[in-house]
Design a protein around this ligand. Sequence first.
Ligand code: CA
Length: 225
Amino acid sequence: MHLLLVEDELEIQSFLRRSLSEAGYQVEAAGDGKTAERLAIEGGHDALIVDLGLPDQDGISLILRLRELGVNAPVLILSARRSVDDRVRGLEQGGDDYLTKPFALAELLARLRNLLKRHNPSSSNATHLRVLDLELDILRREASRGGERLNLTPQEFVLLEYLCRNAGRVVTRSMILDQVWGMRIQPDTNVVDVHIYRLRGKVDTEGYQPLIRTIRGVGYVLKDR
Ligand code: CA
């Protein structure tokens, strides 16, 4: 999971950076709104942590600007402002959760986990999907397993993306037909099975744990553990 941390107090920034890295997140940090904007537009963040009091602009203006620019990752607002008004304003204007300083690290981590759970991986905004050693770069339309690039057709990529977004859940043939091929009614066709067969030949190669499971008579599930 990639995070963008926007915090101008260097002590807090480096503390959070270290703590979040230790918790397994990859963290990019910015100390002002302008840098944050540049990093956020480059994309790939699963969540943003934004302090409201920034040196060059208000954190809320930053969030609004990012939303305008199409940055949809969930935002956890960090602020010393305690009043209910500030909190409501922050949440109304594009923040997804709010934490007042000083805060306990455990609470920040818990809120972050919830935020990410609410928005990923079913969120259609995620630009990177990861299920075990399988990785999908949605923008580049590239997939890899164990770091090795998979040579997928565009249709196979869409199918794998759909399976990844629903990892751990069974998807039926009709769901796949509807979501991947845009067919509402299940025609008399084995198009799904044929594509799953080909996809499996590329994803579940020798030496790798098989991820695509067939649930007989129902559909398929991409294993996530
Ligand atoms: Ca500040």
